[in-house]
Design a protein around this ligand. Structure first.
Ligand SMILES: [Ca+2]
Ligand SMILES: [Ca+2]
Ligand SMILES: [Ca+2]
Length: 214
């Protein structure tokens, strides 16, 4: 009996030691897998861009595009508004970050084209600032778009975004390419059902920088 009892005690002690070791190992792994990355986008206020009635034909008055962005570790959220006056499936918001990290926006960077229909497809930044879209089958994108006839569009976009059949590597992951210091962004909006007048452009774009601080 004594031998059996001692064996149980040894087993208990071994179990406790094993569990303690496992807990320490888990804590170390979690610490290294998810290091604290408190990075902030500066300024934190909205980025606001406007085009008067003569330079665009998206709306009859001034067209205003706003962007808000924030980071949670590498998870980037972008909320954009555009005061377009009529919904169209193919109206789009385009975003380009410096994904090839060469310090500026160029045609080698990943173009993120986001249709008002919540769909997306592979796209390209064209030299005149707007996007070209591939003929591939569109997929549900990372954006949730609402349209209000009095205010226009709100695009809420969460990154990273994974292509539905390729869940191992993110398709759009602009948060991963951001660097401490200054980062460039290209933003465009295209009004696919803009009124057909000779006034201004149906698509507009702008480039700006923001600072990322630790
Ligand atoms: Ca319009
Ligand atoms: Ca429109
Ligand atoms: Ca680049």
């Amino acid at each position: 009996m004594k031998l059996a009892s001692s064996g149980r005690d040894d087993w208990k002690l071994l179990s406790i030691l094993l569990m303690f070791g496992l807990a320490v190992s888990l804590a170390i792994n979690v610490f290294y897998a998810f290091p604290s990355q408190r990075r902030e986008i500066v300024p934190q206020s909205e980025f606001v861009f406007s085009w008067d009635s003569k330079s665009q034909r998206i709306v009859n008055e001034t067209f205003v595009l706003t962007l808000k962005m924030w980071l949670d570790n590498q998870n980037l959220t972008v909320v954009a508004t555009a005061n377009d006056d009529e919904y169209d499936w193919f109206d789009y918001l385009g975003l380009v970050f410096d994904s090839n990290q060469n310090g500026h926006i160029d045609t080698g960077d990943e173009a993120i084209g986001l249709w008002a229909s919540n769909y997306t497809v592979t796209s390209t930044l064209l030299e005149f600032g707007l996007f070209g879209f591939s003929q591939a089958v569109p997929v549900r994108g990372p954006q949730d778009v609402t349209f209000d006839a009095s205010k226009g569009y709100t695009f809420t976009v969460h990154f990273p975004f994974y292509y539905p059949t390729r869940l191992d590597t993110p398709w759009f992951d602009p948060g991963a390419s951001l660097v401490d210091g200054m980062n460039q962004v290209h933003v465009c909006f295209y009004d696919d059902n803009s009124s057909q007048t000779s006034r201004g452009q149906a698509g507009v774009f702008s480039r700006f920088s923001f600072e990322l601080t630790k």
